[in-house]
Design a binder for this molecule. Structure first.
Ligand SMILES: Cc1cc2nc3c(=O)[nH]c(=O)nc-3n(C[C@H](O)[C@H](O)[C@H](O)COP(=O)(O)OP(=O)(O)OC[C@H]3O[C@@H](n4cnc5c(N)ncnc54)[C@H](O)[C@@H]3O)c2cc1C
Length: 420
């Protein structure tokens, strides 16, 4: 009797997972992927689009081009999952029965969750770059902007690609300087974090870059609302930050169907075992990519590294064995810092981003936590790798687990009498 695997979402994680699982499962299993449309968006390109590096048509391709033979790609909006009846309900009334389910429906910006954000200033003075239409509108607004306060703002964590707003800030600074507008524009970075990033060593290095570029930082800022009349962000502790142009990363939330199905946490992300990726509530459900509530960055690189573990564990469960492969939270991200340079960070659940070289000790060619041209070239080359290697699920010559090779951990601090 045939068995059914369904993958919800044909984005970065869902496409890689479906392609790899089709190869790993026997022909007695059908593999179906569901997505609401046929437009696969290369999201990392949204960072560079407002500065003219990419045109929209370079970032979108048909999902069909990346889904392997032997997989059914269904167009439809997922309405809810009945996990007890093992059925997916689409909003047009179709019902799909499954034996195993992979939720890969990502996370999305939700400006509707902050009072005042979607008011009269939306796409007039307030922009986001996490959507294609937002990035295009921001490109046009930047072209008109020549003086005033440019505020880059993060609503709350977790967001996908947590370094993207910082990168946007560095790129904007460099872009303004190249246009001889830096003296007429004040740049402010507003974050809910105590510093530039979530982890201390990276936060210190990135904070120094912001300081060198005379970018003011407003830390620990938890936004309560946007005051459109005053053109100000207002925090819960009653601080106000004025802007002429606001580039915000709205609250990121998982798909609404996850909440409707009773499968999500307060942000609609699916609670899973952080090692096995198996749902904490239903052993025949897994979540991968941004949809999962993993305590690591939400990033395409994480989805890519996690898919190895996912495939092993889904195959184990399909054969009636317990899932034993464990994900270590491996993430790596390029951080554009302007002027044709970038940094690279590589970390996991237990090891914070450290300086050093990657992937080869001493040789690199990429530098960890240090600006270099090679890192920037790596970031641009990643688009080709994404379409041609990652999405089709072809092997990459990089281990999915993080290694300490090339990393330089800080010297242990000598204990002083006072500390002892
Ligand atoms: C500006 C920006 C820059 C980034 N830069 C980087 C980077 O440099 N490096 C990096 O590693 N990552 C980067 N990322 C993050 C990366 O793009 C995401 O982490 C990655 O795409 C996550 O993959 P996913 O499959 O989990 O989600 P997605 O790729 O978002 O896919 C989710 C899919 O689910 C579908 N879906 C959702 N709900 C439903 C529904 N109800 N019915 C049907 N279909 C549904 C959606 O249509 C979508 O196709 C960046 C992201 C942004 C926004």
């Amino acid at each position: 009797m045939s068995k059914h695997l369904i993958v919800l979402g044909a984005g970065t994680a869902g496409t890689m997972a479906a392609n790899r699982l089709r190869r790993a499962l026997p022909a007695s299993w059908s593999v179906t992927v569901v997505d609401r449309d046929d437009e696969h968006l290369y999201q990392p390109g949204l960072l560079l689009l407002p500065f003219g590096t990419y045109r929209p048509e370079q970032l979108v391709r048909s999902r069909h081009a990346f889904v392997a033979d032997g997989i059914e790609l269904l167009a439809g909006e997922v309405d809810r999952v009945d996990a007890t009846a093992r059925t997916v309900h689409l909003s047009d009334g179709r019902e799909l029965a499954y034996d195993l389910l992979v939720i890969a429906s990502g996370t999305s910006p939700r400006p509707d969750q902050t009072p005042g954000m979607l008011g009269p200033l939306w796409r007039q003075s307030i922009f986001d770059f996490y959507t294609l239409d937002g990035a295009v509108a921001l490109r046009d607004a930047l072209a008109r902007f020549d003086r005033g306060r440019l505020v880059v703002h993060v609503t709350d964590m977790p967001i996908k690609c947590p370094v993207a707003p910082l990168e946007f800030t560095f790129l904007a600074e460099s872009w303004l300087r190249a246009r001889e507008l830096r003296d007429t524009v004040e740049l402010v970075y507003v974050t809910p974090l105590p510093g530039a990033f979530t982890k201390p060593i990276a936060s210190e290095r990135l904070g120094r870059l912001l300081e060198e570029r005379k970018i003011a930082v407003e830390p620990d800022f938890l936004v309560e609302s946007v005051d459109p009349e005053a053109k100000e962000l207002v925090s819960y502790d009653e601080r106000r930050v004025a802007f002429d142009l606001l580039v915000t990363v709205p609250l990121n939330m998982g798909a609404d169907f996850v909440a409707r199905s009773g499968l999500g946490n307060e942000l609609n992300h699916v609670p899973v075992d952080k090692g096995t990726l198996q749902s904490k509530a239903f052993p025949n459900i897994f979540a991968v990519g941004d949809a999962a509530d993993l305590p690591t960055s939400k990033a395409g690189s994480v989805a890519h590294f996690a898919v190895d573990v996912l495939v092993e564990n889904v195959v184990a469960v399909s054969e009636g064995r317990p899932p034993t492969a464990r994900f270590d939270g491996h993430a790596n991200c390029f951080i554009e810092s302007g002027d044709g340079k970038a940094l690279l960070i590589d970390f996991n659940y237990d090891t914070e981003p450290l300086p050093g070289t990657y992937p080869l000790p001493g040789i690199g060619p990429l530098r960890l936590l240090t600006e270099s041209r090679a890192n920037h070239v790596g970031k641009l080359a990643f688009r080709w790798v994404y379409w041609n290697v990652l999405l089709p699920g072809r092997p990459m010559p990089l281990p999915s687990h993080m290694t300490m090779a090339g990393k330089k951990p800080p010297a242990p601090q000598k204990a002083t009498t006072a500390q002892m």
